[in-house]
Each structure stands twice: as structure tokens, then as C-alpha cells.
Design a protein around this ligand. Structure first.
Ligand SMILES: Cc1cc2nc3c(=O)[nH]c(=O)nc-3n(C[C@H](O)[C@H](O)[C@H](O)COP(=O)(O)OP(=O)(O)OC[C@H]3O[C@@H](n4cnc5c(N)ncnc54)[C@H](O)[C@@H]3O)c2cc1C
Ligand SMILES: *[C@@H]1O[C@H](CO)[C@@H](O)[C@H](O)[C@H]1NC(C)=O
Ligand SMILES: *[C@@H]1O[C@H](CO)[C@@H](O)[C@H](O)[C@H]1NC(C)=O
Ligand SMILES: *[C@@H]1O[C@H](CO)[C@@H](O)[C@H](O)[C@H]1NC(C)=O
Ligand SMILES: *[C@@H]1O[C@H](CO)[C@@H](O)[C@H](O)[C@H]1NC(C)=O
Ligand SMILES: *[C@@H]1O[C@H](CO)[C@@H](O)[C@H](O)[C@H]1NC(C)=O
Ligand SMILES: *[C@@H]1O[C@H](CO)[C@@H](O)[C@H](O)[C@H]1NC(C)=O
Ligand SMILES: *[C@@H]1O[C@H](CO)[C@@H](O)[C@H](O)[C@H]1NC(C)=O
Ligand SMILES: *[C@@H]1O[C@H](CO)[C@@H](O)[C@H](O)[C@H]1NC(C)=O
Ligand SMILES: *[C@@H]1O[C@H](CO)[C@@H](O)[C@H](O)[C@H]1NC(C)=O
Ligand SMILES: *[C@@H]1O[C@H](CO)[C@@H](O)[C@H](O)[C@H]1NC(C)=O
Ligand SMILES: *[C@@H]1O[C@H](CO)[C@@H](O)[C@H](O)[C@H]1NC(C)=O
Length: 621
């Protein structure tokens, strides 16, 4: 496997379609999670009314109980006309839809790689695999285009009251509910067939609050609506001469899945993770209540919403986050490789070892070093520092930090040319390190299957463990699996206690490994690629990080033991809250807290694809 595309910027990693996701059926046969037995999962009041003893399902279009046009119209009236009957984004490319328009289709093909354009659509998601790849921007207008795993109806939200109405409707009618912000979810958690979608994209308000004060925090803050993108957020911070903590890629949301899952950031090593910045938030709960959540008004919710995962406890409508003083940024890019620099494989790996030796120092500096190791087949290997984001560093400070590494590389005969730039503030550094995405639709782009792991700092300190870690890096690269990794600390800021996976706190590296297949691969091929990640590759990293975990937002969501790996010791507490807040199972997404036991029926052999009906086996009856 020669995967040059993997060299590109971090965002580009995700451009390629991704397969993944929860194999819920496996949960029934080989349960390895820490979960309590089935009958302890939230009781479902509605089963008494609608279902039989072996199975409970959400209603689906075509069922006799599916709401009538008149009922949908009534909901629409309740929410002020904000109900959308969505049309697949690429319908313009297909004669089978009245929207067919060859010119608009060509435009869509030309701009498909521009996520900013795509997140504006009510049901488009980045990884179409989860919608069954049911409607592509194809140049052949006779190819089929169906709704696939897209929602039936969408509420174009502008107020909390509309969210309450949507929740009540979904509950009353037993319709599946989904929540979509930007649709970036790597596990397809923001889409689903036969659903009503709460679409938060238009909650765009941003306020700068120089003198925010509550019981928990006083100081400068920003309050952002749930639909604000990273790009809008960083721009607002820049205008106000402050630094805000957010993700890397400009089109990811700030206050939806990103923050709910924890959220890593180029400045996370200095200020903590995305969720660590939250000082209050507003949300609509599964019972329809619109609540203001602070450390004193709703302490348990305040804890859980910051790291406990998206689409679980309700819909966030806004968050208020701490902001920080302006900091200077140094960004550097460089690479070395046996394939490009006339060094042997042995020398290459000695150079990688030297990098591993420097990981604790890099983490301590508060920087984020984003790099990739790639196998080039017979040509050997490449190590690429895609962006070294030296937060609060001048070039001189960065050079001093990196001197031990580059001195060692010189001794090894590894020549490295660095491209280093200095930026007075965060915005400039971020823009260079993580440039905007663009590009055309590419039919033959491979589909990615990924897995990931958080690697503790001790793996780079304890000499024996470090050797083992090094051997696993070498082995996995040698097997032809490329990986990217962030070197960074993510400690909790002083006094912050939230639901972020504790595996993050003592980590120095977050690593994402992947394999590819093509859009024309058979289900058997897809499964064998996926299974290799889940059952062969990721376990190698697990073996050197016992009891550890990973970042739920960028993981293998066929992860068999996701409760432990995504939530760790927080899981029982989060599950208890889920049962209390959402006894009817209104909010569901694969691998979200309390999602076990549910599955997608009629999945055609790919259990993670969201084209079927959402059901739950009633094992406890
Ligand atoms: C190109 C790309 C770049 C990325 N870069 C980063 C990065 O820099 N840092 C990082 O930490 N992660 C990153 N990720 C992973 C990212 O955190 C997840 O994809 C995350 O789920 C995105 O959240 P979203 O709200 O933008 O997307 P969505 O797909 O819309 O939502 C994700 C999940 O959150 C739920 N959700 C959305 N809004 C709300 C809400 N208001 N209330 C409750 N639940 C909600 C959805 O139902 C879904 O379960 C990246 C992913 C991609 C594809
Ligand atoms: C109960 O559910 C099962 C599983 O879907 C189904 O096979 C069966 O027909 C249902 N029984 C009744 C009486 O609806
Ligand atoms: C909802 O109402 C608005 C305003 O009347 C209308 O434009 C829209 O088409 C309606 N939505 C649906 C799904 O009928
Ligand atoms: C959604 O609502 C906003 C107003 O809040 C409006 O500007 C926008 O056009 C609507 N989008 C769609 C797709 O209906
Ligand atoms: C931000 O800093 C610039 C340059 O120092 C200054 O001109 C501007 O007024 C500041 N903006 C705010 C909102 O303080
Ligand atoms: C590698 O070595 C060959 C032969 O000595 C030489 O032609 C080539 O330019 C070298 N490449 C690099 C990148 O140094
Ligand atoms: C370097 O490693 C690659 C991948 O393992 C291998 O194919 C190649 O033969 C090695 N090169 C040498 C000179 O040993
Ligand atoms: C940034 O560096 C300066 C001086 O080097 C230091 O005083 C300041 O505390 C640092 N800021 C952070 C957030 O670490
Ligand atoms: C350094 O990187 C910038 C882009 O960030 C690029 O424009 C410039 O050409 C690069 N310089 C060198 C010498 O490669
Ligand atoms: C499309 O993707 C394939 C596979 O990654 C690549 O080889 C090809 O160059 C791409 N085509 C275009 C036009 O970018
Ligand atoms: C780690 O590996 C290096 C290189 O093979 C070796 O010299 C060193 O003794 C090993 N250290 C331990 C503690 O095993
Ligand atoms: C693919 O793998 C999944 C998960 O292991 C399994 O449920 C499914 O039956 C497999 N599909 C086929 C067609 O083998």
C-alpha cells in the first residue's frame, strides 16, 4: 500500500471517504464492554404502547403509523415554518429528481472538496458512506440517487423552542431523531434514514464578553451559538485580540460534536482542551426543557456536556468559553525519509527513535506537533512534520526546543530543511498550519478505515516501554499502514473537572492509523479492511497502552469495547445520567453513551451504514 495522499495536511486526511462504525450486532454475542447487563439500560415507555416483546423499533416511512402530511404540516406550523423536506445535495446531478440541472451539477463537482459549501446543506455529511453513498455528484445523470441514510425531515433551527417542539414530536410519534451541525462526524453520528433532524447550522450568534462573570469563572469570554464554525470563531477571537481554543480544520463546528467529545486544539497544550474552556452553556434536554447549565445550576449536566459525547443528553444551543491573551506562534514544516534523502531504513528508524526521545519535551513546551509516518513500499519510509505548532514560542525558542533532536539527526547524517515562520498571533499561525480545503469530486478517491489510540507520556519516558512503543511504530509502518500523530499534552487546567476521557490527560501522543479500499470494493473487502484495523492494527497499540483509550471523535467506531475506550471510568456515571435524562431513548447515535443494544435493521451486511430502521432487541423481556 503506497499512500502518498496521506502526506497532505491534516484536514486532507479526512477528505477521503471514511468507513467505520459500530458493529452493534457483535455487542450481543461477545460483549466485552464494562456495561451493565441489558435490562439495566433505560426502560422504554413506548414499547408498552406500540411494540411486542422481542423488538422495539422506531417508526419508518411507509409504516401505517408514520405521521401524515397533515401532522408534519402541523409540526411545521408550531415551529414557524422552519420544517424542510430535504433533497439530497447531489440530486442536481440526477435525472430522477426534478432538481436535475447539469450546470449546477458541474459546479457541485468542481467544488465538492470545499467543505464550507457542503456544511451549508441541511443533510449533507462529509462521509457519505454512512448514508449508503446513495447520491453522488456523478457526471452520469442516469445513475441512481436516493435518500439513503439521509433524514426525512429537517428542522432548520433558529430557537430553542423549535428544538423542544421537534423533540416532543419525535417522542410522541416514535420517529427517530438525529442532530446535525456540520456533518463532520467520522462515525456518521449526524445522519439517519427515516429520521427528523435537528439542524443547528444557523445558530450563528457570536458575542465577545470581556468581563464575563459567574460562580465558576470571571474574565474574558466568548459566547457562541451551536452552529458557529471554527473559522467564524477564530475570526471573532482575532478581531477582539484574544486567543480562543478550537480545533484544527476550519469547517468543523465549535459547540456541537467537537466540544462534546473533548476537542483537541493547536493551543490545547497551553490552555487545555476545547471542553475545558466551557464556563456555561445552554441546551434543550430530552424532556424538551430549555436549560441554562452552570457549575451551580446543573452541576451534573455541566460535568457531562463537557466531554460526554454529542447527541446524548440533549441539544446544545450555545456555549460560553474562556478566551486567552494573544500569543505568538511559530510554525515549522519539515520531513525526512529513506525514500527521499538517501538514508537507509535503519537510519530512518534511528531518526524516528530520536524523535520519540524528544516527545516529552515537545509536550511540555505546550506545542502541538502534527506528523505522519508513511511506508513507501520498496522505497522505504517517510516522516513528515506536517505542522509543528509552537504555541507561545518565538523562532529562537522553537529552535532551542528542537536543538537536541536536530543535533542528533545531524549525527545520524539525516539532513532536514525546515520551513519555519513566525506569526504575531494565533490566527496567522493557525491559517498557515491548517490551510483551507478545496478540490473537485473524485470518483476514484479511496475510502478510509481508521483506528486511533492515545499514548501516555510514560511510553516515551520509561526506557523499556519506549523501546516497545518504538517497535510497534516500526511494525505497523512496516505492515504498510500509515499513521498520523499529534505530539501534545492535554492536561486539565487547574480546577477543571469534566467528562473528558481520562486517557487524554496523561497522554503525550494521539495517533490515527488507517487503511483504504475503494468505492467499488465488495462488502467482503470492506469488512476485511475494517477488521484488520479493529482486530489487528489497533490491538497492537492497545497492547502498549493497557487500560488506556482513545478520542471518541476520531476513532474506529467498530471498536468492540467502545465504552471503555471512548469514555473510560466516566462511563457508569454518564450512563446513569443518560438513563435519568432520556428514559425513552430519544437521542441515539452509534457509540454514544447508552447506545448499546440498538442496531440498524436491514443493513445489507454493513452494520454501520445508516440506511435502515433503528431498532432495539428487548433481551430482558
Ligand atoms: C475534516 C475534519 C477535521 C477535524 N478536525 C478536528 C479537530 O481539529 N479537532 C478535533 O477535536 N476533532 C476534529 N475532527 C473530529 C470532530 O471533532 C468530529 O467530527 C465532530 O464530531 C464534529 O462535530 P460537528 O458538530 O462539527 O459535526 P456533526 O457531524 O454535525 O456532529 C457530530 C456529533 O455531535 C452531535 N451534535 C452536533 N451538534 C450538536 C449539538 N448542538 N448538541 C448536541 N449534539 C450535537 C451530532 O448528533 C453528532 O453525534 C475533525 C473531523 C473532520 C472530518
Ligand atoms: C414482534 O417482533 C418480531 C421481530 O421483528 C417480529 O418478527 C414479530 O412478527 C413481531 N410480532 C408481532 C406480533 O408483531
Ligand atoms: C413549512 O412551512 C413553510 C412556510 O409556510 C413552507 O415554506 C415550507 O415548505 C413548509 N415545509 C414543509 C416541509 O412543508
Ligand atoms: C434556514 O433558516 C434561516 C433563517 O434562520 C434562513 O436564512 C435559511 O435560508 C434557511 N435555510 C434553508 C435551507 O431553508
Ligand atoms: C486589536 O488590536 C489592534 C492593534 O493593536 C487595535 O487596533 C484594535 O483596536 C484592537 N481591537 C480591539 C477590539 O481591542
Ligand atoms: C541520492 O544519491 C544519488 C546518487 O548518489 C544522487 O544522484 C541523488 O541526487 C541523491 N538524492 C538526494 C535527495 O540527495
Ligand atoms: C526498506 O524497507 C522497505 C519496506 O519494509 C523494504 O521494502 C525495502 O526493501 C527496504 N530497503 C532496504 C534497502 O532494505
Ligand atoms: C507565554 O510566554 C510568556 C513569556 O515567554 C509567558 O510570560 C506567558 O506566561 C506564556 N503564556 C502562556 C499561556 O503560557
Ligand atoms: C514555506 O512554506 C510556505 C507556505 O506555508 C511556502 O509559501 C514557502 O514557499 C515555503 N518555503 C520554502 C523555502 O519552501
Ligand atoms: C483521484 O484520486 C485518485 C486516487 O487517489 C488519484 O490517483 C487521482 O489523481 C485523483 N484525480 C484527480 C483529478 O485529482
Ligand atoms: C532499547 O533499545 C536500544 C536499541 O536497541 C537498546 O540499546 C537499549 O538497551 C534498549 N533499552 C532497554 C531498556 O531495553
Ligand atoms: C461485515 O462485517 C460485519 C461486522 O463484523 C458483519 O456484521 C457483517 O455480517 C459482515 N458482512 C458480510 C456481508 O459479511
Amino acid at each position: 500500500m503506497i499512500l502518498q495522499f496521506f502526506f497532505s495536511w491534516t484536514c486532507l486526511l479526512w477528505i477521503v471517504q471514511l468507513v467505520s462504525c459500530a458493529d452493534i450486532s457483535e455487542f450481543f454475542s461477545t460483549r466485552r464492554g464494562i456495561l451493565p447487563v441489558q435490562d439495566e439500560v433505560a426502560p422504554l415507555r413506548y414499547i408498552y404502547r406500540r411494540q411486542n416483546a422481542t423488538e422495539f423499533c422506531k417508526i419508518f416511512p411507509g409504516d401505517k403509523e408514520w405521521p401524515s402530511e397533515a401532522e408534519w404540516a402541523k409540526l411545521n406550523e408550531t415551529i414557524g415554518g422552519a420544517l424542510i423536506r430535504p433533497v439530497p445535495h447531489a440530486a442536481v446531478c440526477h435525472e430522477s429528481w426534478p432538481q436535475y440541472d447539469a450546470e449546477a451539477c458541474q459546479e457541485l463537482i468542481n467544488t465538492w472538496g470545499n467543505y464550507e459549501m457542503r456544511v451549508k446543506h441541511p443533510t449533507d455529511i462529509i462521509y457519505q458512506y454512512f448514508q449508503g453513498t446513495s447520491c453522488e455528484p456523478s457526471t452520469n445523470p442516469s445513475t441512481p440517487c436516493t435518500r439513503g441514510g439521509t433524514p426525512e425531515y429537517v428542522v432548520n433551527v433558529s430557537s430553542a423552542a423549535q428544538i423542544s417542539s421537534a423533540i416532543k414530536f419525535a417522542k410522541e410519534k416514535n420517529v427517530r431523531l438525529v442532530v446535525k451541525n456540520t456533518g463532520h462526524d467520522v462515525s456518521g453520528k449526524s445522519t439517519g434514514a427515516g429520521s427528523l433532524s435537528i439542524w443547528t447550522h444557523n445558530l450563528k450568534k457570536i458575542e465577545y464578553l470581556p468581563d464575563f462573570k459567574n460562580d465558576y469563572y470571571s474574565g474574558p469570554a466568548m459566547r457562541v451559538g451551536a452552529g458557529v464554525s471554527l473559522y467564524e470563531y477564530y475570526t471573532a477571537a482575532d478581531v477582539n485580540n484574544v486567543t480562543a481554543v478550537g480545533g484544527e480544520c476550519d469547517t468543523v463546528g465549535v459547540a456541537g460534536g467537537y466540544l462534546s467529545g473533548g476537542g483537541h486544539s493547536p493551543s490545547g497544550g497551553l490552555f487545555g482542551m476545547g471542553a475545558d474552556q466551557v464556563v456555561e452553556l445552554t441546551a434543550v434536554l430530552p424532556d424538551g426543557r430549555d436549560v441554562h447549565i452552570t457549575s451551580t445550576s446543573e452541576p451534573e449536566l455541566f460535568w457531562a456536556f463537557r466531554g460526554g459525547g454529542g447527541s446524548t443528553f440533549g441539544v446544545i444551543t450555545s456555549v460560553t468559553v474562556k478566551v486567552h491573551p494573544k500569543i505568538p506562534i511559530t510554525v515549522s514544516r519539515w520531513a525526512f525519509g529513506s525514500s527521499t534523502h538517501n538514508i537507509t531504513n535503519e537510519t530512518f528508524w534511528e531518526a524516528v527513535r530520536a524523535y520519540l526521545d524528544n516527545i516529552p519535551a515537545i509536550a511540555d513546551s505546550g506545542s502541538q506537533a502534527f506528523s505522519a509516518i508513511n511506508s513507501m513500499g520498496e522505497l522505504g519510509y517517510t516522516f513528515r512534520m506536517t505542522s509543528f505548532f509552537a504555541a507561545n514560542h518565538t523562532v529562537e525558542q522553537y529552535d532551542a526546543l528542537m536543538k537536541p533532536l536536530f543535533d542528533r539527526l545531524k549525527v545520524l547524517g539525516v539532513e532536514v530543511e525546515q520551513n519555519t515562520t513566525f506569526h504575531n498571533e494565533y490566527y496567522g499561525g493557525w491559517s498557515r498550519a491548517f490551510p483551507k480545503l478545496n478540490g473537485r469530486f473524485n470518483e476514484s478517491k479511496p475510502v478510509l478505515a481508521t483506528g486511533s489510540r492515545l499514548i501516555p507520556r510514560r511510553n516515551f519516558e520509561d526506557p523499556r516501554l519506549k523501546n516497545k512503543t518504538f517497535e510497534v511504530f516500526k511494525e505497523v509502518a512496516g505492515m504498510g499502514y500509515p499513521f498520523i500523530f499529534y505530539t501534545q499534552k492535554n492536561e486539565a487546567p487547574k480546577g477543571v473537572d469534566n467528562a473528558i476521557n481520562l486517557a487524554y490527560r496523561d497522554s503525550a501522543v494521539f495517533l490515527i492509523v488507517s487503511a483504504v479500499y475503494t468505492k467499488t470494493s465488495s462488502i467482503a473487502e470492506i469488512n476485511s479492511t475494517r477488521n484488520a484495523i479493529s482486530n489487528v492494527v489497533v490491538p497492537k497499540f492497545k497492547a502498549i497502552t493497557p487500560g488506556g483509550g482513545t478520542y471518541m471523535n476520531e476513532a474506529d467506531c467498530r471498536e468492540p469495547d467502545w465504552q471503555q475506550n471512548f469514555f473510560g471510568s466516566n462511563y457508569p456515571r454518564l450512563l446513569a445520567l443518560k438513563k435519568k435524562l432520556d428514559p425513552d431513548g430519544i437521542f441515539w447515535a452509534k457509540t454514544a453513551v447508552g447506545s448499546e443494544g440498538w442496531y440498524i435493521k436491514d443493513d445489507n451486511g454493513l452494520p454501520e451504514v445508516q440506511t435502515g430502521r433503528l431498532c432495539r432487541k428487548m433481551l430482558a423481556w
